[in-house]
Design a protein. Structure first.
Length: 477
């Protein structure tokens, strides 16, 4: 369906040619002008007081306005009827894991009902009642509106922001800061100072969505607040804003809270700073940056292997000299301790990070440990696979291929598909199309597994183009 404003075009009749708007009542008549029209008796009065008058003609602009209003009312009523079956669903709490997936589907369905669905959702942002049902419908309406085009509703959202209080204002603010990135700085600063404590977390979240670095500093005091909701909101908002000067306060807050969620957000913040050059990035305050990085590397028990690998990968993207100077012996020791982490991928990442810093002992230590493991388990396929993964991580593809194939041989008909994929991956790097086909075929892959292999191994694209067998396997014409 066309947007409401476009639909009106097809029902409006243009004014007659030459028609003019009626003069404004505020425009005075010329002094001394005749007022015959107002004083002359009408023809009917001259005929003895007959009151049979003709209705006054309606000017075309008034008629046009009436038609627009009628169409708006009709469309609004139609949209309200389309929304009505969903209102009971909107009274569900999305924070309940049992409702989350269901409501996500409903959000998409409602947002797709009509381009103008926001017209009837908007009033729900500021409900007349304050019951739990009213609040849930308001919050869910906000989540649907977030998926629609909000620019046409900007004036209405600003009105709610100006006139309403509490949750209604926070909902409008949340939506405004999602698409409006200028002109709200002063309003947000004022709200941070004046909003009642209970509603402050919502304002702080909106500040983060707004994303202006100038608003990061005013958020710092909230990191020290005893109210955990305010502290958490400020932590997340400052991470979203990404101002380099926020790292020190954020790191102090994460150490104080000792929450895994804060540590994970801090890792992502470091990754953002690691991609920037100059004072906007990690070089803004190198001691704080490398001190935070070192501290996080010592939190292995609280972090998942994936987060530790992300930190180790970050080390490898930074200039080695800066890491050595900024991190010093403490960072080097943290990396060496990770060589004995129970997860092989973490061990490999730590060894590579050390090699990046000029220390090859980590790679040697990992391989020595794996060699010793194989000497004690010569018939164990798993041992060869792990050493093959280490060789591949360290760039020794020939040795990796040999270990993978030995693991396949030792598996005696019970080969894990991932081994076939590993060999096929290395064969693709060697530009060997026939062997790629052979090992992929032996893996008996699903369509999803083939798609993932294709995404992970870009070298296979050229092989598919020139190999009939691979084209058939990947369903390429």
């Amino acid at each position: 369906m066309f947007p409401l404003t476009l639909n009106l075009i097809f029902v409006l009749i243009p004014p007659p040619q030459g028609a003019k708007p009626p003069p404004s009542e505020s425009v005075p008549t010329k002094q001394g002008a005749s007022s015959d029209r107002s004083t002359d008796a009408s023809p009917s009065s001259k005929k003895g007081g007959t009151t049979d008058t003709q209705p006054a003609p309606v000017d075309p602009w008034t008629a046009l306005k009436a038609r627009i209003g009628t169409r708006l009312d009709k469309d609004r009523k139609r949209l309200e009827q389309e929304l009505k079956p969903y209102l009971s669903d909107l009274a569900l709490d999305v924070r309940d894991p049992k409702n989350r997936k269901y409501l996500e589907v409903r959000y998409r369905e409602i947002a797709a009902l009509d381009p103008d669905i926001g017209l009837v959702l908007l009033p729900h942002l500021a409900p007349k009642g304050n019951s739990r049902r009213h609040r849930l419908i308001a919050d869910n309406s906000m989540r649907i509106l977030e998926r629609t085009e909000l620019k046409p509703l900007e004036a209405d959202l600003l009105r709610i922001l100006d006139q309403d209080q509490g949750g209604s204002r926070n909902r409008a603010l949340y939506l405004l800061t999602g698409f409006k990135k200028t002109g709200l700085d002063g309003t947000l600063r004022k709200l941070l100072e004046e909003t009642p404590e209970v509603h402050l977390p919502g304002v702080i979240v909106a500040v983060g969505r707004y994303g202006q670095s100038s608003l990061a500093k005013p958020l710092e005091p909230f990191l020290q607040k005893p109210d955990e909701k305010q502290r958490k909101a400020a932590f997340e908002a400052m991470c979203l804003i990404g101002a380099a000067g926020s790292l020190g306060p954020l790191a102090a807050s994460a150490k104080s809270s000792n929450k895994t969620s804060d540590k994970i957000k801090l890792i992502h913040f470091l990754e953002v700073l690691g991609t920037r050059t100059g004072q906007a990035g990690w070089a803004h305050n190198e001691p704080v940056f490398f001190g935070t990085l070192t501290w996080l590397l010592t939190q292995g028990e609280a972090l998942r292997p994936r987060e530790i690998r992300d930190l180790l990968a970050l080390v490898q993207t930074l200039p080695a000299r800066a890491v050595q100077t900024g991190g010093g012996e403490a960072l080097s020791q943290a990396l060496h301790r990770l060589l004995t982490n129970p997860y092989p991928d973490v061990q490999f990442g730590a060894a590579l990070a050390l090699r990046h810093l000029g220390d090859k002992k980590g790679v040697k230590q990992v391989l020595n440990n794996l060699n010793r493991f194989i000497r004690n388990n010569k018939k164990l396929a798993y041992a060869y696979r792990q050493r093959g993964r280490a060789h591949e991580a360290f760039g020794d593809l020939t040795d990796a291929m040999r270990d993978y194939k030995q693991a396949i041989t030792l598996s005696a008909g019970r080969v894990e598909p991932k081994l076939y994929f590993s060999v096929a991956r290395l064969e693709a790097k060697k530009n060997n199309a026939s062997n790629v086909y052979r090992y992929l075929k032996d893996a008996r892959p699903t369509r999803q597994e083939l798609d993932k292999f294709r995404s992970d191994v870009p070298e296979v694209e050229a092989l598919i183009r020139r190999s009939n067998q691979l084209r058939k396997l990947f369903n390429e014409s």
